[in-house]
Design a protein around this ligand. Structure first.
Ligand SMILES: NC(=O)c1ccc[n+]([C@@H]2O[C@H](COP(=O)([O-])OP(=O)(O)OC[C@H]3O[C@@H](n4cnc5c(N)ncnc54)[C@H](OP(=O)(O)O)[C@@H]3O)[C@@H](O)[C@H]2O)c1
Length: 325
């Protein structure tokens, strides 16, 4: 089969479409004939050599796919050859076939095409696990979503709107903020021109954010803590602004606030299975009813994975980029 390999880490041209041995499903796994794969920021880091796949994961990039089940390993129940699925992976999605633990499969939601379903697993699982399972966002609370027009951000806005939260976002251009507004965001902050702490403070009458979903890390830590409400929860999922910063514990203590950080890819299989099951129960009905939809910016053939990486690096996307086989 063909897969996108990384013979030598580097820039986008390090991605090479190559013939590789096809995988076979082990106990509890299925083989998926891939229709499309999602492109994630983590794939850029893996390509550069900074984010190696966890032990046992395929060497190729790709954290999510959609496709058709073509073989079942021993002990798999509840799925059949021919089922159309999408899946959360630890790697290996940029390929014509991939093996997946059955516990990380989701059916293609009604109303979503097979290709578009590849845009769902990583963002739905990341947002649901962080904003709802970890930070426990409640109806009527205010959530600040940094990078609101990203793949993650576009899903976070829609899910927060679906539960009745008030939504603030940061983004770098008026067009991206307008896209966030159309998805359901109310408080719009251009991070290149405005201070999100001030804007949020003004818009919430000094209350702040009950939950913050942060992809910047160190550079925003102090300001995120300032922007938190009493009993607020800051969840850090990305380190685009660095990993080391000073934390004012007194500021947290006075607000009875919490700072958490998580990585979906590094979680053990049992936790991933619990997240996927929760997403199927809570998020899939919202997609099937049309309240939440995949936001797809552009689709590239698998052989043009380098172009997709360049596009994500350039940051012109609103929503997700996909590769099709
Ligand atoms: N921990 C986990 O389990 C996990 C899982 C999935 C994703 N993530 C992380 O989630 C983030 C989004 O992922 P993605 O694949 O959706 O990436 P993406 O589409 O490439 O989005 C990156 C986002 O970062 C925003 N950004 C850059 N500088 C910013 C700043 N100073 N302030 C606010 N926003 C800024 C960009 O906004 P503009 O375009 O407006 O500049 C863009 O929306 C990444 O950091 C990724 O690593 C983490």
């Amino acid at each position: 089969m063909r897969a996108v390999t990384i013979p030598t880490p580097g820039d986008a041209d390090a991605l090479v479409l190559d013939e590789v041995p096809a995988p076979t499903p082990a106990n509890g796994e299925v083989l998926v004939q891939v229709a499309a794969a999602g492109v994630n920021r983590a794939d850029l880091m893996q390509r550069q050599g900074f984010y190696p796949p966890p032990p046992g994961a395929p060497a190729y990039p790709g954290l999510e796919v959609s496709g058709t089940i073509s073989a079942l390993g021993d002990g798999v129940t509840g799925w059949l050859v021919g089922d159309q699925v999408c899946a959360l992976l630890s790697g290996g999605g940029y390929a014509e076939r991939v093996v997946v633990p059955a516990s990380q499969l989701l059916p293609v939601p009604a109303g979503v095409s097979l290709v578009d379903a590849a845009a769902l697993p990583e963002v739905a699982c990341t947002v649901w696990s962080n904003v709802f399972m970890t930070a426990s966002l409640q109806p009527g609370q205010t959530v600040l979503i940094h990078g609101g027009s990203s793949g993650i951000g576009t899903m976070a806005i829609q899910l927060a709107r679906a539960v009745g939260a008030r939504i603030a976002v940061t983004a770098g251009t008026p067009a991206k903020l307008e896209a966030c507004r159309r998805l359901g965001a109310e408080i719009l902050v251009n991070y290149r021109e405005q201070d999100f702490v001030e804007v949020l403070n003004d818009a919430t009458g000094g209350h702040g954010a009950d939950v913050i979903l942060d992809n910047i890390g160190a550079r925003y830590l102090a300001r995120n803590v300032s922007a938190l409400a009493v009993n607020g929860r800051l969840v850090i999922i990305g380190l685009q602004g660095g990993a080391r910063a000073e934390l004012d514990i007194n500021a947290l203590l006075r607000k009875c606030a919490a700072v958490m950080a998580t990585s979906l890819r590094g979680r053990p299989p049992g936790e991933k299975a619990a997240i996927v099951a929760a997403v199927r129960e809570r998020v899939w009905p919202l997609i099937e009813s049309g309240q939440v939809r995949p936001v797809i910016y552009r689709t590239f053939p698998l052989g043009q994975a380098a172009d997709a990486h360049r596009e994500l690096e350039a940051g012109s996307n609103i929503g997700k980029l996909l590769l099709t086989t």
